[in-house]
Design a protein around this ligand. Structure first.
Ligand code: C2E
Ligand code: CA
Ligand code: CA
Ligand code: CA
Length: 278
């Protein structure tokens, strides 16, 4: 506790005392949430355009706080990153994903789960070894696991990130560049990244059917991705018109509310049952 308190006071000025105190209690709450399994893993389907099949899911963390109610990951993930607690959250999500994949091994061996990895995780040279160890512990094939790394996170320190990505790729895990188009990666670097998927950021998808210039840009991104042998998926597709436009531009797959919101519990079970039907 003492170590984390010191770390936190370095982050917040006196003027932010109130916020600091509330963040201190948030940190102990987050620690409790991880320990008591108060977090939840929700899964959002990824759908291939060519055969309309669901080939996997993105894992999204949810936190239902006993007093504060639902806390969005957009709020607590950056907080967890600042306080250095993010690696525990990543570890928790990896275990959840692997446990789920292990339980699907017979009924749904084709499905993959993609776990979001933070920039902070990429600084930890032992991260690939940790993932490898967990895969063995849960007896899951590496090709069923995918990791999503943001373009800006990779580009923050490509010299560190690239060898680490290579180690993960050598294990056989799929690697996706998340939020693509927002992180200023140069073409020279893109070619060096040992990744398997490119995920077009939602900011390009919103109303793409009405924007000719965005369509030209996204078409170029898709062609470039294919030129590098990458699977190209678009995130945040909400309408039929957005989906149809992305199909016409040659995109491979989609994720978004139009296909399905993130699922959990009965909603997820229902989705899986229908998968078996089709
Ligand atoms: P992201 O990785 O870009 O995840 C996509 C976000 O868009 C998710 O929000 C998802 O619920 C939302 N979304 C999906 N389809 C649609 C759509 O059609 N329309 C709209 N408006 N939104 C859509 P969420 O779950 O609130 O997560 C927000 C961000 O928090 C994520 O962005 C990711 O950066 C981070 N995050 C979430 N879970 C994790 C996690 O387990 N670990 C880490 N490190 N970050 C996470
Ligand atoms: Ca993501
Ligand atoms: Ca994303
Ligand atoms: Ca995004």
């Amino acid at each position: 506790v003492a170590k984390e308190s010191t770390q936190l006071s370095a982050w917040y000025s006196d003027a932010q005392e109130a916020s600091r105190l509330s963040h201190l209690s948030l940190l102990s709450d987050l620690r409790a949430a991880v320990q008591n399994d108060e977090l939840q893993m929700w899964l959002q389907p990824k759908i291939r355009f060519n055969d309309h099949s669901c080939y996997g899911f993105e894992a999204l963390v949810r936190w239902q706080h006993p007093q504060r109610g639902f806390i969005s990951p957009a709020e607590f993930i950056p907080f967890a990153e600042r306080t250095g607690y993010i690696n525990h959250v990543t570890d928790w999500m990896l275990k959840q994903a692997l446990q789920t994949l292990a339980s699907w091994q017979h009924a749904y061996p084709q499905l993959s789960i993609a776990v979001n990895v933070s920039t902070k995780d990429l600084r930890d040279q032992s991260f690939p070894e940790r993932v490898h160890q967990l895969l063995q512990q849960y007896q899951v094939k590496p090709e069923n696991l995918q990791l999503e790394l943001t373009e800006s996170g990779i580009m923050e320190n490509p010299g560190n990130a690239i060898p680490l990505l290579q180690s993960l790729r050598n294990i056989g895990i799929g690697l996706s560049i998340d939020d693509f188009g927002t992180g200023h990666s140069s073409l020279a670097y893109l070619q060096k990244l040992p990744v398997t998927e490119l995920k077009i950021d939602r900011s390009f998808v919103i109303n793409i059917d009405q924007q000719a210039s965005t369509q030209r840009l996204v078409k170029t991104i898709i062609e470039m991705g294919h030129g590098l042998n990458l699977h190209v998926i678009a995130e945040g597709i909400e309408t039929e018109a957005e989906r149809d436009t992305l199909i016409s531009l040659g995109c491979d797959s989609m994720q978004g509310y139009f296909a399905s919101k993130p699922l959990h519990g009965a909603g997820l079970q229902n989705w899986l049952i229908h998968l078996a039907d089709s």
